[in-house]
Design a protein around this ligand. Structure first.
Ligand code: ATP
Ligand code: MG
Ligand code: MG
Ligand code: MG
Length: 480
């Protein structure tokens, strides 16, 4: 296969070379003597301009080419006559690999709405916007692995099917091999999961953390990066039923070490994308600016996409406790326009995303690490603080996103952990394997979870989480 990727070809820009390219036609403009075809192969946002004369490549071949068709073209790279790109391809032979009926092909050379493109998620990656988003997503995923590899962390694969929902993070998807239309029943009339493949009720994982902790208590520093499933019926722009989570877990880390690592990690992967996805981010920056200008003046963000990324990378995150945040929210004025009162009456209530975004976007105007939440709104495994009321939790809040990371130092004392579990009605017997890490060679340790799609949203400026994963799983949406 002598195909040259358009990205490599434009990067090296060797005028005079003979090359073969393959890709999908974005546009074709023809006059009597020549056709100009804009070709994209997904390797880069730019199209390569092909110049094809009917007497060279054949009138019939040219007729079969329309937007969406897949073609193979060979020819010589020449200096471009027009403005824009430096090179174009003078075509000597042209082959149509797959036609696209112009009457039926849904993508036209114009900007479609994101809502429309969500309905054709199987084709939307052929647009500039989605091409850019998925190249940036790839770069961020690569940066995650590179970051942890450089720090000596090991990549652990935690199970997708599990019997534990110890996290209590959300509703689970059940997994069973039983015929639920006609299930085997126990004497009491319940479904008899003893006859199932796993001989008990199982579900898709909501988080790899508990298993990640076991790995950290052996390999010191590990991370997971895998799919996570939550059957939450929340139609928001920040929640998916299937999303990818990055969960580092570190033995010998306390809460502050955990915050330092999280901040450095987030900045580092954003910097990687800024450095390696320049053209895509410039495109997305313009796009975000157009979207921003459509909003009413008071809702527009002050910084453009690239400015925001640069700002986050260059400034310290604000760190404060939940209790301090509540004080700020108590003393803030209600937002009359949105009819939302930022006031939280009671210490102990969980923050809503409006509160989070107020702190980040209006009050501090930078990312915030909120620590030491009331124990009753956090999971059982978080380290209990000496005040008896709070735990060593941290949430990291980002502009435009709200919560992007949730983490904590974990409770390392067996006695404190089991008594907290009993208070919360979680059976220590069922989690005997988890508690063994506290029973045998326990040590302080900490970790956090980054919702990958929320990070991709932040870096690409896409407002809806459905637009940063190729095939979003949301209520009622599982076909493609
Ligand atoms: P939220 O408060 O936004 O519902 P959470 O507190 O329930 O999030 P955690 O259990 O702390 O979420 O999960 C860790 C991270 O995973 C979150 O900080 C967020 O970035 C991401 N996340 C959680 N739920 C979802 C979801 N349904 N879709 C996409 N990302 C999610
Ligand atoms: Mg949630
Ligand atoms: Mg939360
Ligand atoms: Mg959380």
């Amino acid at each position: 296969n002598k195909r040259t990727k358009i990205k490599f070809l434009l990067d090296s820009n060797k005028i005079g070379d003979s090359v073969t390219v393959m890709g999908w036609v974005r546009t074709k403009r023809s006059n009597k003597s020549v056709s100009f075809i804009a070709l994209n192969d997904g390797s880069v946002i730019d199209n390569l301009q092909l110049v094809a004369a009917p007497d060279v490549v054949g009138e019939d071949t040219l007729k079969k080419i329309s937007t969406g068709a897949c073609i193979k073209a060979s020819g010589d790279l020449v200096a471009s006559q027009g403005a824009g790109q430096a090179t174009e391809l003078m075509v000597t032979s042209l082959e149509v690999l797959g036609e696209a009926d112009p009457e039926k092909y849904p993508l036209q050379p114009k900007r479609h709405s994101l809502e429309f493109l969500r309905e054709i998620a199987h084709l939307r990656m052929r647009t500039n916007t989605f091409g850019a988003v998925f190249r940036v997503r790839h770069a961020l995923a690569f940066a995650v692995h590179q970051y942890f590899n450089n720090k000596g962390f090991f990549y652990i694969h935690t199970p997708i099917i599990t019997a534990s929902d110890a996290e209590g993070a959300g509703e689970t998807f059940k997994v069973t091999t039983l015929d639920l239309k006609n299930p085997p029943l126990t004497e009491e009339g319940h479904i008899n999961f003893k006859e199932d493949f796993f001989e008990r009720e199982t579900n898709l994982t909501v988080s790899g953390q508990l298993e990640g902790e076991l790995a950290a208590m052996a390999l010191s520093e590990i991370y997971t990066f895998g799919p996570t499933f939550r059957a939450e019926n929340s139609n928001t722009t920040r929640h998916l039923a299937e999303f990818w989570m990055i969960e580092p877990e570190m033995a010998f880390f306390d809460a502050e070490d955990n915050q330092d690592l999280a901040e450095d990690f987030l900045k580092s992967i954003i910097s990687y994308a800024m450095e390696h996805c320049k053209e895509d981010l410039e495109f997305l920056d313009k796009r975000a600016e157009e979207e921003n200008n459509k909003k009413p003046t008071n809702e527009r963000s002050e910084l453009g996409l690239l400015e925001r990324l640069k700002f986050v990378v260059e400034h310290d995150f604000e760190r404060l406790t939940y209790t301090e945040a509540i004080e700020i929210l108590r003393n803030s004025k209600p937002n009359k326009k949105k009819k939302f009162n930022y006031l939280i009456e009671d210490w102990g209530a969980d923050l809503q995303s409006e509160h989070e975004r107020f702190l980040v976007e209006k009050h501090f105007k930078k990312p915030v690490i909120l620590t030491d939440y009331p124990k009753d709104i956090k999971a059982f495994y978080m380290k209990q603080n000496e005040d008896g009321k709070t735990v060593a939790a941290m949430d990291i809040l980002f502009p435009g996103i709200g919560e992007i990371v949730g983490g904590s130092q974990r409770e390392e004392s067996l006695q404190k952990l089991t008594s907290r579990m009993e208070e919360m009605d979680i059976s220590p017997e069922e989690l005997h394997w988890y508690l063994d890490t506290r029973r045998f060679g326990s040590t302080p340790h900490a970790g956090f979870g980054l919702g990958f799609e929320r990070m991709v949203q932040f870096v690409t400026g896409m407002g809806n989480i459905r637009d940063v994963i190729a095939f979003p799983r949301t209520p009622g949406n599982a076909e493609f």
